[in-house]
Every structure is written in structure tokens, then in C-alpha cells.
Design a protein around this ligand. Structure first.
Ligand code: MF3
Ligand code: CO
Length: 268
């Protein structure tokens, strides 16, 4: 492991990067509606980030061909934006990365469009809860496995969902992916011990059905094996004593989401 701890000044810069992603996702929350395409979301996000002196970091990352990942329904993560209009009842995770002043922000939010099955609304609620359960454990002297365990406990043990094993959260900094890996499953007390100012992207990927997934022939799109819905939330988090500091901000996204009648916020 080569864990890179940040200085307070670097944390401040990383907060700017994370917040730019939050602001970008807020722009999505303002305009998202059935009939819109994920390609339109991609353009909106790319333009917004470039207008704010930053670079969309996913574009060309290991050959990834778009600005955002837009993962609809049974797509777990890394969905390619496309020209298929979103429809009432869809859920879509929008995952965006930026580089601002040399520092990465990388986070994601799942939106519900209109009337969706209650079981899918519950999946979205519980996935977001499981993210916060993990964040609660991102404190000094805990181990990464404490985060993993908390997420798995909530999603799998308490609610019976499938926790994806193939993809994990990660350290974040001058690179998009730094050590350590942050799995969404694991054992309490396992993994590296965390010190102050470790920045993590914590990102539960939770399936309504089984945990099994496969990658499409495009080399990126990850889908559930059983075709049931999946959900994904991601926050950028700084490890602190006693309580983690969340660098990204869902409150502005949620406010826009609640103000948008085309989005379903009935789980709040
Ligand atoms: N949030 C994802 C991750 O951290 C998104 C990466 S998409 C990629 O891995 F295109 F950049 F790979
Ligand atoms: Co990430």
C-alpha cells in the first residue's frame, strides 16, 4: 500500500473539486425529466465543468469515451451515455469526475424519474443510507474494513440486497484511484488503519436482486446478471478524528431534486 495523506491546504482544494461535482449534479437535478437522454446529461456536465476551469476526468481515463457514467436501471455503473430517452419509472446514477487545480473530485447520485416501483424506491433509500453508514466509520484509528462491514451489514444483512464485489471505492487525490481500495463488503477490524486526512471515494453499488454482475462487450457497462435494478451513490470523504468530513455535498442536489416535479423524492 502507498496511502497518501493530504495536508489541510490540500483538503481545502479537494473540497473545491468535490463541490464542483456536486454543483454539476445539481444542474442535472434541475433539468432531469422523462424524454431527456443521458447524452444530453453528458454534454450538460462536460460543458458545466469546463465553464468552471476544470477538466472532466473520466473522459479518456483508460479509454473511457464520455464525460460521465450514466447507469440506468439494471446498469450498475460505467453506463455509456446514449440517445435513448429516459422514461418515467427509470432510475439513473450519474457519476462524474473532475480535475480542478490538479485535484480530483469523483462522486455520484442516483435519481428516480417519476413513478417507480416501491421496491426500487426502497433500494435507492437503502443504498444512500448504506453510504452514510460507511461514512460514519471513516474516522481516525478505524480500519477500512470497518467502512466495508458497515455498508454490507446495512444493505445485505439488514435488507437482503446484493452487494457488488467486483467494483470498489478508492482513495482519491492527485489521481482518480489511489490506495486503499474500499470494498463495500468485508470484515470489521480488517484492512489498513486510517489516519487523519486520508481522502476516500466511498461508493456502494447495491443490487435489488443477487450480487452477480457482468461487463458488456463494450468493456465498460456493468449490468446485473438477473436484470433487476441496481443503485449507486458516491461521496468524497476525508477521514477525521471522531467524525468524517464529507467533501462533496448532497444537500444542494437534494434541494434541486425536491424542486423538480419530474423527480421522485418520496423516500425522504
Ligand atoms: N466513480 C467511478 C470510479 O471511481 C467512475 C470511474 S469511470 C471511468 O471508478 F471512466 F473513469 F473509469
Ligand atoms: Co469513484
Amino acid at each position: 500500500h502507498m496511502i497518501i495523506y493530504k495536508t489541510e491546504a490540500e483538503i481545502a482544494l479537494m473540497k473545491e473539486a468535490a463541490l464542483l461535482v456536486s454543483k454539476t449534479l445539481t444542474e442535472v437535478a434541475k433539468v432531469l425529466k422523462p424524454g431527456m437522454t443521458t447524452m444530453q446529461i453528458d454534454k450538460l456536465c462536460g460543458d458545466f465543468v469546463k465553464d468552471h476551469k476544470a477538466v472532466p476526468s473520466f473522459y479518456n481515463y483508460r479509454g473511457y469515451p464520455y464525460n460521465v457514467c450514466a447507469s440506468v436501471n439494471d446498469v450498475v455503473v460505467h453506463g455509456f451515455p446514449n440517445d435513448v430517452p429516459l422514461k418515467d419509472g427509470d432510475i439513473v446514477s450519474v457519476d462524474m469526475g473532475v480535475i480542478l487545480n490538479g485535484w480530483h473530485g469523483d462522486h455520484a447520485y442516483t435519481f428516480i424519474l417519476g413513478d417507480t416501483a416501491p421496491e426500487i424506491i426502497q433500494l435507492v433509500k437503502v443504498t444512500k443510507e448504506s453510504l452514510y453508514k460507511g461514512i460514519e466509520k471513516a474516522i481516525v484509528n478505524n480500519r477500512v474494513g470497518d467502512i466495508s462491514f458497515a455498508i454490507q451489514e446495512h444493505a445485505e444483512k439488514k435488507h437482503g440486497y446484493g452487494v457488488v464485489r467486483e467494483l470498489v471505492g478508492h482513495g482519491l487525490g492527485r489521481s482518480l484511484h489511489e490506495d486503499p481500495q474500499v470494498p463495500n463488503y468485508g470484515k470489521r477490524g480488517n484492512g489498513p488503519k486510517m489516519k487523519e486526512n486520508l481522502v476516500l471515494a466511498i461508493e456502494p453499488m447495491i443490487n435489488l436482486g443477487t450480487k452477480e454482475v457482468y461487463t458488456e462487450d463494450d468493456g465498460w457497462t456493468v449490468r446485473t446478471q438477473d436484470g433487476k435494478a441496481a443503485c449507486h451513490f458516491e461521496h468524497d470523504v476525508c477521514v477525521k478524528r471522531g467524525q468524517a468530513l464529507i467533501l462533496s455535498d448532497y444537500s444542494i442536489i437534494e434541494a434541486a431534486e425536491k424542486a423538480n416535479a419530474n423527480l421522485n423524492t418520496s423516500y425522504y
